[in-house]
Design a protein around this ligand. Structure first.
Ligand code: SME
Length: 160
């Protein structure tokens, strides 16, 4: 069944995440297909927050490979040691980049991207995939995004 999201665009960011969580929970409950669930999550994040680019990279073939995304076309493969995605993979932690120009090794898939957050999903000590969100505004991500995006990724990739 297709549903549309109910997120009031005028709400503060944390309220939007609070509204989104149960809706994503309902959307993915009973659905075990990872690609389907991730596809809906990235669409919901782009639709609900208006981010410039939202997508995932999977750990496969000894690198990070592009998965479902919403936004302009992006780099297809990222080596483990490159970019913000590679740093999140290597450090096993969420990375917030307030100004991508100031992040050594940042990979610019688009010149319009100004700030970024990358959230890893870790299972059995290994990063299985990362969620990458780019904003066309500087300093657009903080601890609120980190907290809720980590929860959302746990929801959609819980069994993976
Ligand atoms: N900026 C990322 C690359 C992916 S694109 O932003 C979609 C990075 O530095 O890893």
């Amino acid at each position: 069944m297709a549903e549309s999201l109910l997120i009031d665009a005028s709400l503060p960011k944390e309220e939007k995440y609070k509204a989104l969580l149960p809706q994503i929970e309902a959307l993915v409950s009973g659905e075990t297909d990872l690609i389907a669930n991730i596809s809906n999550l990235v669409a919901a994040l782009r639709q609900g927050f208006g981010f410039f680019w939202v997508g995932v990279y999977f750990n496969k073939e000894q690198q990070l490979v592009l998965g479902p995304f919403q936004g302009p076309v992006a780099c297809t493969r990222i080596p483990y040691h490159k970019g913000v995605c590679g740093a999140s993979y290597t450090r096993h932690e969420t990375i917030i980049v307030p100004d991508v120009e100031a992040f050594p090794g940042h990979i610019a898939c688009s010149g319009d991207s100004k700030s970024e957050i990358v959230v890893p999903v870790i299972k059995d000590g290994e990063v299985k995939l990362v969620l990458d969100i780019d904003s066309d505004k500087l300093n657009d991500f903080d601890e609120v995004d980190k907290r809720y995006l980590e929860q959302l990724m746990q929801l959609v990739a819980s069994w993976y």
